[in-house]
Design a protein around this ligand. Structure first.
Ligand SMILES: Nc1ncnc2c1ncn2[C@@H]1O[C@H](COP(=O)(O)OP(=O)(O)OP(=O)(O)O)[C@@H](O)[C@H]1O
Ligand SMILES: [Mg+2]
Length: 329
């Protein structure tokens, strides 16, 4: 899937180029599976989420959903079919408060999607909201309060309740705890994990922190400048990464993990390039310790290096070989 944004400059806002926010990303998600999406700021994580939600149209490519009736192409749906498909993908945002009307009660906020979509009203609506409040660990009395009266953690629970109201099949959580106090982060994450299990939800979990993502995901996809540079089983991507960027991401997080310490510091050097003017060849080459002349000219494709584990690096096999010998590459 590809999403380009026009770059506009000057008084006339003339388009002067394009920014490739998502550039050729191709991912699949099974029912009940959680995919972790990591990458530095500007790598295209939220853009990808908006495309999956149908909030933006891809420049090219499609989102396919497997619904009861079979595989459907999001882009080809219209009217009621589109509304129905959209309901199956819901999102939990980083800042729940910013998406909540401060003049509405918590009850009204959770009821809103159900009401707008005409899925429940009257007593049924009331009891659905009550159930949702309890499901996310809030008390029925919280429903009467204004968002201003709740803490950040409680508001995120409301955000989760609102996302679940429409009984989605896929939940996209875009940095759901990064705005919260550390002390409540794990409570909210635990809630998300419990709900995911009990409802059999597929999940896309977006975060900067690869270690956090590892704990919650079955598979991890690493994005860099709008491209997937590595994807594979969570355990393997985080303990035996095949792409130098993933290695750098891991090493830039301070941890006391012996496996990481053994490999030594390879924290990411340099700045993230301007997405409007990506480097030639492999877009990661200016920051890469392994870069050779080839990397400046030839963009690597995402290749399977070991079963289910793909990386877009010309030297992924060599990295794998050195890692399995226990040497620092
Ligand atoms: N509506 C838009 N118009 C133009 N450019 C955009 C738009 N939305 C995003 N971008 C650009 O697309 C790129 C990807 O942005 P995106 O918000 O998806 O990154 P992200 O990985 O979610 O970053 P963060 O970790 O900071 O949330 C960035 O270079 C951003 O500036
Ligand atoms: Mg984002």
């Amino acid at each position: 899937m590809i999403k380009h944004y026009p770059l506009r400059r000057g008084l006339l806002h003339r388009a002067t180029g394009t920014l490739r926010a998502v550039d050729g990303v191709d991912l699949e998600l099974s029912p009940g599976e959680t995919l972790g999406l990591v990458g530095e700021s500007g790598s295209g994580k939220s853009t990808l989420a908006r495309l999956l939600m149908g909030l933006e149209e891809p420049t090219s490519g499609t989102v396919h959903l497997r619904l009861q009736g079979g595989l459907v192409d999001f882009g080809k749906l219209r009217g009621r079919d589109l509304a129905g498909a959209r309901r199956t993908v819901q999102m939990v945002f980083q800042n729940p408060a910013s998406s909540m009307n401060p003049h509405m009660s918590i009850r009204e906020i959770i009821a809103e999607p159900l009401r707008v979509q005409g899925l429940a009203r009257g007593q049924e609506l009331k009891s659905r909201v009550q159930d949702l409040l309890v499901q996310v660990g809030l008390l029925p009395r919280h429903g009467d309060l204004s968002p201003r009266a709740l803490s950040g953690g409680q508001l995120q629970r409301v955000g989760i309740a609102r996302a679940l109201a429409l009984k989605p099949r896929l939940l996209i959580a875009d940095e759901p705890v990064s705005a919260l106090d550390v002390s409540v982060q794990s409570q909210v994450l635990n809630l998300l994990m419990e709900l995911r299990e009990s409802m059999g939800l597929s999940c896309i979990f977006i975060a900067h922190n690869l270690h956090l993502v590892r704990c919650l995901s079955h598979r991890i996809a690493v994005l860099y400048l709008g491209r997937v540079v590595e994807v594979g089983p969570a355990q393997r991507v985080s303990s035996a990464p095949l792409h130098p960027y993933t290695q750098g991401l891991l090493d830039s997080i301070p941890v006391n993990h012996p496996a990481q310490r053994r490999r030594g510091p390879r924290a990411l050097a340099g700045e993230i390039p301007d997405a409007a003017h990506p480097p030639s060849g492999c877009v990661f080459h200016p920051r890469c310790a392994h870069a050779q002349a080839r990397c400046q000219q030839e963009a690597p494709t995402l290749r399977e290096i070991s079963q289910g584990h793909r990386a877009a690096c010309h030297y992924a096999e060599a990295i794998k070989a050195t890692a399995s010998r226990g040497e620092a590459p």
